[in-house]
Design a protein. Structure first.
Length: 302
């Protein structure tokens, strides 16, 4: 049985006249009669009660009409949905975040813009460490991932650099630099400090950027703690164990035991927010998202 057979049947049932149904369908009357007869033969039932001048549904035909209309409606819905999916208007987008990248308002703004533009696309969110997220993207369990590092160790992946974020230093509230009235300090002033270094297992990102920045200033920081979460690093700073250099977006987490200081422009390290994706991926949903990301990147202030 084909969908066209159901359409023929519904037309004849609604018109109660083969000739009018044939005109409605744009086909000749004899082939239409043959198709209806073939449908009855295939089903092994009589769908119509025929007389010399009339044709009307049998009881079985009335039941089948309801089922045929349901099937045709479902097929039309399926066709419409697959067309929407092909246009990127419907489907699914799976997004991963590192904990630090999720803190920046630009990432939330981008997802809000995407959901507003494509409300029929289901957006799924996951959080994890950089290495784990990039493996998930490689293995097609995620479509894109917001990360703080590059993807040079992952040849199947590429990135869009959404923005470069300034970094700040988080200081214990009683620290001399926290009491200092200056709004900005230099990174070199931290050479003798104990560093709480945020570092993910198997990840690069923030830790490497901080270490490289310190090396450019001519010192190697004394690391006294390496928590895998930024909030844990803040907690250690609040207890007075050391200081921590972290993305400026962390300033939103106010704590009476922590004071944030910005860096002078000459020594201000920056950390990226990158969007990783598979080079070979052809998901329309993902392409739509990356297009929006490129537009958002051009609007980001320098």
């Amino acid at each position: 049985m084909e969908l066209r057979h159901l359409r023929y049947f519904v037309a004849v049932a609604e018109e109660e006249h083969v000739t009018r149904a044939a005109f409605r369908l744009g086909i000749q009357q004899p082939p239409l009669s043959q198709q209806i007869q073939a449908l009855e033969d295939e089903l092994g039932v009589k769908l119509f009660v025929r007389s010399a001048r009339t044709i009307r549904l049998s009881a079985t035909g009335k039941f089948f009409l309801s089922e045929a209309r349901k099937i045709l409606a479902q097929s039309e819905q399926a066709i419409e949905r697959v067309r929407r999916f092909d246009l990127g208007e419907e489907g699914r987008l799976r997004i991963g975040f590192t904990s630090s990248s999720s803190m920046h308002g630009a990432t939330r703004s981008l997802i809000r813009a995407f959901r507003a533009a494509y409300p029929l696309i289901a957006v799924e969110i996951d959080e994890g460490a950089t290495h784990d997220l990039l493996c998930e993207v490689e293995q097609e369990h995620l479509d894109v991932a917001f990360i703080r590092s590059d993807v040079t160790r992952y040849p199947a992946l590429a990135t869009i650099s959404l923005l470069e974020e300034e970094m700040v230093v988080a200081l214990p509230a009683e620290h001399p630099l926290a009491i200092d009235p200056r709004e900005r300090i230099t990174l070199s002033e931290l050479r003798d400090e104990s560093f709480i270094l945020y570092r993910q297992i198997n990840g690069s990102g923030i830790a490497n950027i901080v270490l490289d920045a310190c090396e450019r200033e001519g010192f190697v920081p004394k690391v006294v703690g390496e928590p895998s979460r930024l909030m844990s690093a803040l907690y250690l700073v609040a207890t007075g164990i050391g200081i921590s250099v972290m993305p400026k977006s962390m300033v939103q987490f106010l704590n009476s035991d922590v004071v944030y200081k910005s860096f002078e422009a000459t020594s201000n390290p920056r950390v990226p927010v990158n969007i990783a994706y598979r080079k070979a991926a052809d998901s329309v949903s993902m392409i739509r998202f990356l297009t929006l990301a490129n537009e958002a990147r051009r609007l980001q202030p320098l």
